[in-house]
Design a protein around this ligand. Structure first.
Ligand code: DGY
Length: 434
C-alpha cells in the first residue's frame, strides 16, 4: 500500500470505529470510550474533520465526575463482550464509568487542536478549559496526596500500561483470595499470549473490588492496597500541565496561571524521586513500600524533553542507543535485555505508536532530533509493513493485539504519515503565545 492508501485506510478505520460522538479503540475487544485513547484519536480525526475531533473530546469531558476525575472507561452502551462492565465497577456514575482515571493526555491534544485550528478553535477550547483544570487539580490532590511532585496510580489500568513488569512486586502482595470465578473477555478476542496473565488479572479484579467496596472515595483509594508513583503519569502530567499553561495564556485564563505553574514547579522538583541510580533510568516507585521498578521502560524517555531531567539525559540517551541497537524497532515498552521482557505480551515488550509519538515529541523538545527521527521512521515502517495493529513486536515488526486499532490509525494520520500536518506533532511552543 502507498502512503496515500494508508492515509485513506486510517480514515476508514476511524470512521468504522465511530459510534456517534465517540470512537471505540477497536471493535470487539474494546467496545466503549477509553480516556487516553480518545485524546490521541482526536488528533487523527483533526486531519480530516476538526469538528468531529472536538466532539470526541467533548463527549469524553461529559463523563467527568463531580469531583473533577476523568474516568478511564465510559460505558456509553451495554456490551457483553467486555469485562469488567458497569456492575463490577459499581460507580453509580451517569453515564456509567470505571472508577480509575488515565494519563492526562487531553490538555496536550487540545493545545494541538488549537495550534492547528487557530482562533476559530478558541471557543471550543475555552469551554473545555475549566474541566481540564479541575481534572489536573484532582490528579495533583488525589494521586499525589503527600505533595511529592510525582503522580501515582491506584491501579495499573490507571497508568494505561497495564502489565508493565514494574507493577509485579506491588501486585504480588495483593490479596486475591476473595476474587472468585470470573470470565475474562479479552482472551476470546486476542491470543492469550499477547495479554496479561491470570495472576495479574486476579490482582486487577481484587483492586476493582476494593474501589467498589469503599465507594471510590478518593481518600480511601489513596490508603488502598496499591499506590505506585508512575513515570508515565508523572511525565505525561508534566507535559499536560505545560500545555494547560500555554492554553491559559492563549485563551485569556490568567486566573489559573499561578496554580498551574505551582504544579509544574512541584513536578520539576519531584521528578528526581523516580530516578533509579542502579538502573540509570526513571522507574516507578511504590509509595507503600519504597520499592523501585528495576528496568528501563519506554516512559523513561519522556524525561528527555523535561528540563528537570537534564542531568540524566546522557544516561537515558545511552539506553536509547543500546536498546535501539538490540531491537529492530524502537521504542520497546520494556528493555529487551531485561529478564522480564516479553516481546509480544502487551506492556512487557511491544512497541506502541502512541508512546512513540510522545517519546519522539519529548526527544524533539529536548533537542535530540536524530533520536526523534528514528522513533518516527520506525513507527512509519511498522505501520507500513504490518498495518494498524494495537501494538508491534520490537524484534520482528509483527503486529499484535487487536487489529484496525483507532489510536494507531490516528498516530499515522497525525504524525507518522509523510502527509501529517506538522502542527499536530509539535511539542509545546513558548509558554506565552501571542
Ligand atoms: C483492558 O481491559 O485490558 C484495559 O487495558 C483496561 O483499561
Amino acid at each position: 500500500m502507498s502512503d496515500d492508501d494508508l492515509d485513506r485506510r486510517a480514515i476508514e478505520i476511524l470512521r468504522g470505529n465511530d459510534r456517534g460522538g465517540y470512537t471505540v479503540p477497536t471493535h470487539g475487544l474494546y467496545p466503549f470510550q477509553w480516556n487516553w485513547d480518545s485524546a490521541f484519536v482526536a488528533l487523527g480525526l483533526a486531519v480530516f474533520d476538526q469538528a468531529r475531533a472536538w466532539q470526541e473530546l467533548e463527549t469524553l469531558a461529559s463523563a467527568q465526575w463531580p469531583d473533577g476525575m476523568f474516568p478511564h472507561i465510559v460505558f456509553h452502551v451495554e456490551d457483553e463482550g467486555y469485562f469488567p462492565g458497569p456492575e463490577q465497577w459499581g460507580t453509580n456514575a451517569t453515564p456509567p464509568t470505571s472508577g480509575y482515571s488515565n494519563p492526562p493526555v487531553l490538555a496536550s491534544s487540545v493545545r494541538r487542536l488549537v495550534s492547528l485550528g487557530g482562533a476559530a478553535s478558541h471557543e471550543r477550547a475555552r469551554s473545555l478549559f475549566p474541566k481540564m483544570l479541575r481534572w489536573h487539580r484532582w490528579l495533583h490532590a488525589r494521586r499525589d496526596p503527600q505533595g511529592l511532585g510525582v503522580l501515582a496510580v491506584a491501579h495499573p489500568w490507571e497508568s494505561g500500561r497495564d502489565n508493565l513488569p514494574d507493577w509485579d512486586a506491588s501486585l504480588a502482595s495483593i490479596d486475591t483470595s476473595r476474587v472468585g470465578e470470573y470470565r475474562r473477555r479479552d482472551t476470546s478476542h486476542v491470543d492469550s499470549a499477547m495479554r496479561p496473565k491470570k495472576r495479574d488479572y486476579d490482582a486487577y479484579m481484587a483492586l476493582v473490588a476494593y474501589g467498589r467496596e469503599c465507594g471510590w472515595e478518593p481518600e480511601a483509594m489513596a490508603r488502598g492496597p496499591f499506590l505506585v508513583a508512575d513515570v508515565g503519569m508523572t511525565l505525561i502530567g508534566l507535559r499536560a500541565d505545560r500545555d494547560l499553561l500555554w492554553l491559559a495564556h492563549a485563551l485569556g485564563e490568567g486566573a489559573a496561571v499561578a496554580e498551574i505553574e505551582s504544579w509544574i514547579d512541584g513536578a520539576e522538583q519531584g521528578l528526581e524521586r523516580l530516578w533509579n541510580a542502579d538502573v540509570q533510568a526513571y522507574c516507578n516507585l511504590d509509595l507503600r513500600t519504597g520499592a523501585r521498578g528495576g528496568g528501563v521502560s519506554s516512559a523513561a524517555f519522556l524525561a528527555c524533553g523535561a528540563r528537570a531531567g537534564a542531568p540524566h539525559h546522557a544516561a537515558l540517551l545511552a539506553h536509547f542507543e543500546r536498546i535501539g541497537a538490540h531491537a529492530r524497532y524502537c521504542v520497546p515498552s520494556y528493555d529487551p535485555a531485561h529478564p522480564d521482557f516479553d516481546a509480544l505480551r502487551y506492556w512487557r515488550g511491544p512497541v506502541w505508536a502512541v508512546v512513540n509519538f510522545q517519546v519522539a515529541g519529548e526527544l524533539a523538545a529536548g533537542g535530540y532530533a536524530e533520536q526523534a527521527k528514528r522513533v518516527r521512521s520506525d513507527t512509519r515502517e511498522l505501520i507500513r509493513n504490518a498495518g494498524f495493529f494495537e501494538y508491534f513486536c520490537p524484534l520482528t515488526g509483527r503486529g499484535a493485539g487487536g487489529g484496525e486499532f483507532s489510536w494507531t490509525a490516528a498516530m499515522w494520520l497525525a504524525w507518522a504519515s509523510p502527509n501529517a500536518p506538522p502542527e499536530l506533532a509539535a511539542p509545546t511552543p513558548g509558554e506565552h503565545p501571542g
